[in-house]
Design a protein around this ligand. Structure first.
Ligand SMILES: [Zn+2]
Ligand SMILES: [Zn+2]
Length: 184
C-alpha cells in the first residue's frame, strides 16, 4: 500500500469524479446520474438529489482536476483553501461497516463540501509523502482522464478505461507496419 487505505480510496474517488467530465463527455448530466455515481462510489451521508447539489458537485470537478496538473505550491494553496472553506475538522470515525478512518466534515455537510474535503485530506497525505508524481493524466492521445498510480514500480501510464489496450494494439500495428508485414 502506497498511502493509508482511506487516502487511496479518496484519491480514486476524486479521479472518478473528475473523469465524469472527461473523454466520455458529461456523465453527471442530471440528478439521477449523480444518484447512480453516489451509490456506485460508495458515498454515504447527506444526499439531497437536487439540481443545486448537482451544480455544486459539477463545479467542484475543475478545481479537483487542477490538483492533478498543478505544481506543489499551487496544490498546497488549493488544498488549504478547500479545507478552510469547509471548516474541516479531522475526526476518526467508524460507520457503515468501515474501519476507523478520517472524516473532516460532518456527515450532514453538503455532498460537494464532503467530496472537496475528502479529496483535500487525501492530498494532505500525498504532499506530505512527496508523492505528487503518482497523480497522472492518461498518456493515450485524446483521453485526458486522470488516475492515481498506486503501483509499486510507478509504471502506470494509462487510465483503466481501455486506453492501455488501445495503446498496445496501436503499438503492435505500428511494429507490424514497420516490419513491412501486411496488415489484416
Ligand atoms: Zn466514512
Ligand atoms: Zn485513458
Amino acid at each position: 500500500m502506497v498511502f493509508a487505505h482511506d487516502t487511496e480510496i479518496a484519491l480514486i474517488a476524486a479521479a472518478a469524479l473528475i473523469n465524469t467530465d472527461g473523454s466520455d463527455g458529461e456523465l453527471l448530466g442530471d440528478v439521477a446520474a449523480l444518484d447512480a455515481f453516489f451509490a456506485e462510489q460508495g458515498w454515504t451521508g447527506r444526499h439531497e438529489r437536487t439540481d443545486a447539489e448537482l451544480a455544486d458537485v459539477r463545479a467542484l470537478r475543475p478545481r479537483l482536476r487542477e490538483l492533478w496538473h498543478a505544481e506543489e505550491d499551487r496544490v498546497v494553496g488549493i488544498v488549504n483553501q478547500l479545507l478552510r472553506a469547509a471548516q474541516a475538522l479531522p475526526q476518526l470515525v467508524k460507520h457503515d461497516g468501515y474501519a476507523y478512518h478520517l472524516h473532516a466534515t460532518p456527515s450532514d455537510a453538503p455532498l460537494a463540501d464532503r467530496m472537496a474535503v475528502e479529496a483535500a485530506m487525501a492530498f494532505v497525505d500525498v504532499v506530505r509523502s512527496n508523492e505528487l508524481s503518482r497523480l497522472r493524466v492518461c498518456a493515450y492521445p485524446g483521453c485526458g482522464d486522470v488516475f492515481v498510480d498506486l503501483s509499486k514500480n510507478r509504471s502506470k501510464r494509462f487510465c483503466d478505461n481501455s486506453c492501455g489496450n488501445k495503446a498496445a494494439v496501436g503499438a503492435y500495428r505500428a511494429r507490424k507496419a514497420a516490419a513491412g508485414g501486411a496488415d489484416g
